[in-house]
Structures are given as C-alpha cells and as structure tokens.
Design a protein around this ligand. Structure first.
Ligand code: FES
Length: 127
C-alpha cells in the first residue's frame, strides 16, 4: 500500500493542526458514491486519489473524516459504527465521526471534511 509512508491524516493536537503537504492545495467537492449505499447507522471507506475518507451516516446526518487510523493505518470506513462512534477494524480505537475526536479527547482529532448530498450522490470537500 503506497499510503504507508505518508502521514496518514491531519492531526489536531490542542490548537495545532498538522496537515500533510499534499493536502494543502486542493479544495473541491468530489463525488464519493451514491447515498443509497450508506443507510443510517453505516459507514463506508472511500478513496479519492491518495486520500482515504471514512464517511458515516449518523441517524441520517452524514459526516466525513480522515479514513486512515493514526495507530497503524487501519481503514476506518470499514469499522463498526455505534451511534457516532466509529471503531477501527484493526484494533478498535474509537473516533467520533462528528468531530474526528479520538477516545472522547477533543484535543486529539482526525481531520473532518465538509460533506453534502446532491442528486442522490455524496460529495466530500477535501482540503
Ligand atoms: S490501526 Fe486502528 S486501532 Fe490499530
């Protein structure tokens, strides 16, 4: 997997946000799939170029956050969703899809992305 050597995600520590260089120049909504593939209570893993995004449907509201677990690269979108908490399929670290927060710690977050639905398609803005 080519992603292993790159920083997996934006990492928020306190007020600092570390953004990999390759993510800084893009800002566009990109189609990631049909809404019908993401019923409430489910999550999906999507890849857009070199980016992986976990998209969650929490009671009908969609959220998107970085899709690679900072622990050891687990694809978060393949994890189990319980309410707004997405568990990594590899070792069970838990992230809040709404904020990207790890383990309930609002000071340690994955990046989250704007998301919308148009004409039945899910679009995520990668920045
Ligand atoms: S890779 Fe996600 S918890 Fe270990």
């Amino acid at each position: 997997m080519g992603r292993a050597s790159r920083p997996a995600a934006n990492v928020h520590v306190g007020s600092a946000v570390l953004t990999p260089w390759y993510k800084k120049s893009r800002m566009a909504f990109i189609k990631v799939g049909p809404l019908q593939q993401l019923p409430p209570g489910s999550a999906i893993h999507v890849e857009v170029g070199d980016d992986a995004v976990a998209v969650c449907n929490v009671g009908g509201t969609l959220y998107a956050m970085d899709g690679i677990c900072p622990h050891s690269g687990g694809p978060l979108g393949y994890g189990a969703l319980d309410g707004a908490i997405l568990s990594c399929p590899f070792h069970g670290w838990e992230f809040d899809c709404r904020s990207g927060a790890f383990g309930g710690n609002e000071d340690l977050k994955l990046a989250t992305y704007p998301i919308k639905v148009e004409d039945g398609e899910i679009l995520v803005e990668l920045a």
